[in-house]
Design a protein around this ligand. Structure first.
Ligand SMILES: Nc1ncnc2c1ncn2[C@@H]1O[C@H](COP(=O)(O)OP(=O)(O)OP(=O)(O)O)[C@@H](O)[C@H]1O
Length: 310
């Protein structure tokens, strides 16, 4: 059963300009997106820079005003509700950002950073709070004495772990992770991702994993949506997307994943040229005359593609 339902969500930004600073244009950052999230599952949101991934994540958590559409959480409509700092929704939905460095207050000790959501949402005595912070540090594999230090004393991977400790402090149901590892070295990326997987199992968490990297998403997610110009071009299980991609944009993204071996690279290059020709030829099946992504149509129970009906 889904615990969150997003219906036809739109987030449009007015662009102002000219002498009178009037609205001269609109950015359709998110332009009609629907999805259902289940407990314990990981969802991937993939697309190139500027396609609206972060805006969608921020709209879900309440950091961006929704233009139209609705969000239901546990059956309740919570769209643009003035969310009380202490509301259940704010406790249950947390976000991890790409840049843990700027999202951790440099002037605060780690224990105060982690304690912040605990103080907002849980009514603990100072002793209980202390114990909770120790527990959280242990879960994310940080030593106990880390609590007395400041963010600058840690590496990127460690800072991301501290960000994660803070985000799981209130026992959330969903974590929106916006490019959580893209600022880290490759070897550290794998560590943090594996660790995120472990805590997902342990706490039966759902993830909405935002990334431009199809490789990362493949490792983490059960269900994937490919986004382009504010809309989903294709959505399906990991198998649907990687083994049976349908939309020309998805195929293009997949053909851009680099291969490690020289033979693999050569093969990928030929594939890319073919996909590019196909992209130009088949364009009209997938976009309307204004270049807007068409509506999704089902091709199986789990797999949806934005194309002219077939
Ligand atoms: N506050 C804002 N005002 C005006 N336009 C905005 C605002 N926030 C985002 N946009 C625009 O909305 C579009 C989507 O931006 P968004 O940050 O969601 O993309 P993204 O897919 O997350 O990209 P990236 O991976 O680079 O973060 C972009 O064209 C962006 O310039």
């Amino acid at each position: 059963m889904s615990f969150m339902r997003i219906n036809n969500l739109k987030v449009h930004f007015p662009v102002r300009g000219g002498f009178y600073n009037t609205i001269i244009d609109t950015v359709y950052a998110v332009d009609g997106v629907s999805m259902e999230l289940e407990r314990g599952k990981a969802y991937g949101l993939v697309g190139e820079s500027g396609c609206g991934k972060s805006t969608l994540g921020k709209a879900i958590i309440g950091l961006e005003k929704i233009t139209s559409g609705s969000i239901y959480y546990k059956g309740k409509n919570i769209t643009n509700k003035r969310r009380d700092r202490k509301s259940i929704y704010n406790r249950d939905i947390q976000m991890i950002f790409q840049d843990s460095h700027s999202s951790l207050n440099p002037r605060k000790r780690i224990q105060d950073i982690i304690a912040e959501p605990i103080r907002n949402f849980l009514n603990l005595t100072p002793k209980e709070e202390n114990r909770k912070i120790s527990e959280l540090l242990e879960i994310v594999g940080m030593p106990e004495d880390a609590r007395f230090k400041y963010p600058h004393e840690f590496s990127g991977g460690q800072k991301q772990r501290i960000g994660i400790a803070r985000s799981i402090a209130t026992n959330p149901k969903l974590i929106i992770a916006d490019e959580p590892v893209s600022a880290l070295d490759l070897s550290v990326q794998a560590q943090v991702l594996n660790f995120m997987k472990d805590i997902q199992d342990e706490f039966h968490l759902s993830y909405l994993f935002i990334s431009h990297d199809l490789g990362v998403v493949k490792h983490m997610c059960d269900h994937i949506s490919i986004m382009y110009k504010g809309r989903f071009v294709e959505t399906g299980t990991k198998y649907d997307i990687y083994n049976n991609p349908q939309h020309i944009y998805t195929k293009r993204l997949l053909s851009a994943i680099p291969k490690v071996t020289p033979i693999g690279r050569e093969k990928r290059k030929r594939e890319r040229i073919k996909v590019e020709q196909y992209y130009q030829k088949e364009y009209k099946k997938y976009f309307d005359e204004h270049g807007r992504v068409l509506d999704l149509v089902p091709i199986s129970r789990t797999h949806f593609v934005a194309t002219t009906s077939r």
